[in-house]
Write a protein that binds this ligand. Structure first.
Ligand code: NAI
Length: 462
């Protein structure tokens, strides 16, 4: 039986970051991973492979839509799906190997296999049981199923199967207009599939600032994606040539059946804690399947901690990473901290959509006096040069103090632009602080500064 300071279960962004930081802080650390490769859902079948496909298909879209406009003439490239899949896998392999290197470099022991916790302070992997002062559960999440939807990961798929469809479907039905549905829907729409998104609510991307969501839907519709909103999916069944999906409109209960070559179920994810033995151990759980923790990531069992998708909060890789780092610091006797008020969210479509802090709807609900500074990318020379002048930056600031309360961006590089607002918010900055900061010209970032200027005496280029 090997003895460690800390054993971490799950080597996704939460777990491996926790392991590296704990090792850097001189703890003797082991990590257990059931998959053959490190990196968890994000690296193996989530964030990273989907970004490779988004990049490849965005490039194709550029050729079709914009090359001739720039004087780049000639025949469009043909899609070799097998080669695109191989490129995607190479990106994944490079990154998972990178994590392996980092764990070795930091002298973290890697146990391959599925772990269980037979007793407090013990982790069993295969036939071996190891002991640790501290055990961290970082086992992530899995796609949620939906009653009546028969997932086979071939024709009716979750996000995992959507990355490896045998062929590009001519038609695709996406159930759920959340982040996964819209990112993967975009991939296949750009590859020529007729994509229909069925969403239960009356708006896409629930929780997003409503003005941004509306603009997002308009832009995606222009790109050829069809939306059926306010519709509850009853079933999805394999058929002779694909699948049939039946849904009911919420407003009049009218039932419709559609057929498509493939169906993607993207109605959320659920914490993945199966097989750990939590029930036998008496670990307190929340009603939606998350592990209950306090604000130091402690469960009700002494020495047992949990982070990431397995606990409450947004199911985002970077939230898990931050928790991993904070927990490692706490375990090493320092003061780890996560600022949950400044966690950005990004949708990697074209244009990208990014947000941080409060939405306008949340501020209204709180009864808070706020002001809005908005700037359209139409006034940004750089965005116009790359044909991405749709969208805008919106900054919400306190009406009295000018302190930034939230920011919402739909436009080019939104996922990167959002971080200057994140930094500003971490420092408790006002919109004027951003507005007074010199921004290089010509950059997309100028749109952020202009929105900050619009919170005060007004933007220059609008
Ligand atoms: P989601 O929670 O973002 O969206 C699910 C959507 O499905 C919601 O709009 C919901 O109203 C709808 N829905 C639920 N039941 C339905 C039904 N019966 N019929 C029609 N629509 C229905 O979930 P998603 O997209 O599956 O993503 C899962 C998690 O993974 C999320 O927490 C997301 O933030 C995270 N993720 C984040 C990414 C990013 O940051 N870029 C990328 C991929 C996933």
């Amino acid at each position: 039986m090997a003895q460690f300071d800390t054993i971490i279960i799950g080597a996704g962004p939460g777990g491996y970051v926790c392991a590296i930081r704990a090792a850097q802080l001189s703890l003797n650390v082991a990590i257990v991973e059931g998959r053959e490769t490190l990196g968890g859902t994000c690296l193996n079948v989530g964030c990273i492979p989907s970004k490779a496909l988004l990049h490849a298909t965005h490039s194709l879209h550029e050729v079709h839509e914009n090359f001739e406009k720039m004087g780049l003439m000639g025949s469009a490239p043909k899609v070799d799906w097998a080669k695109m899949q191989a490129y995607k896998q190479e990106v994944v392999n490079g990154n998972t190997k990178g994590i392996e290197f980092l764990l070795k470099k930091n002298k973290v022991t890697w146990f391959k296999g599925w772990a269980s916790i037979p007793a407090a302070g013990q982790v069993k992997v295969g036939d071996e049981t190891h002991s640790a002062k501290q055990i961290v559960i970082a086992t992530g999440s899995a796609p949620a199923s939906l009653q009546g939807v028969d997932i086979d990961e071939k024709t009716i798929v979750t996000s995992t199967g959507a990355l490896t469809l045998a062929a590009i479907p001519k038609s695709l039905i996406v159930i759920g207009a959340g982040v996964i549905g819209l990112e993967m829907g975009s991939v296949y729409a750009r590859l020529g599939a007729e994509v229909t998104v069925i969403e239960y609510l009356d708006t896409i991307t629930p929780g997003m600032d409503a003005e941004v969501a509306k603009s997002f839907q308009k832009i995606l519709t222009k790109q050829g994606i069809k939306f059926i909103l306010g519709a509850a999916v009853q079933s999805a069944k394999p058929s002779k040539d694909g699948a049939t999906v039946t849904y009911t409109l919420r407003k009049d209960a009218a039932q419709t059946t559609l057929t498509a070559d493939a169906v993607l179920l993207a109605t959320g994810r659920i914490p993945y804690t199966a097989g750990l033995g939590l029930e036998a151990l008496g670990v307190e759980m929340l009603p939606r399947g998350q592990i209950k923790t306090d604000d130091h990531f402690r469960t009700n069992i002494n020495g047992l901690y949990a982070i990431g998708d397995a606990i409450t909060g947004p199911m985002l890789a970077h939230k898990a990473e931050d928790e991993g780092m904070a927990l490692a610091e706490i375990l090493a006797g320092k003061a780890g901290h996560v600022n949950y008020g400044v966690i950005p969210g990004v949708v990697y479509t074209t244009p990208e959509v990014a947000s941080v802090g409060a939405t306008e709807e949340q501020l209204k609900e709180q009864g808070r006096a706020y002001k809005v500074g908005k700037f359209p990318f139409m006034g940004n020379a750089r965005a116009k040069a790359i044909f991405q002048a749709e969208g805008f930056v919106k900054i919400l600031a306190d009406a009295a103090t000018d302190r930034i309360l939230g920011a919402h961006i739909i436009g080019p590089m939104a996922g990167d632009l959002i971080h200057e607002v994140c930094v500003a918010m971490e420092f408790g900055a006002s919109a004027q602080d951003l507005a007074l900061t010199c921004h290089a010209h010509p950059t997309y970032s100028e749109a952020v500064r202009e929105a900050a200027l619009a919170c005060g005496d007004g933007a220059i280029h609008a």
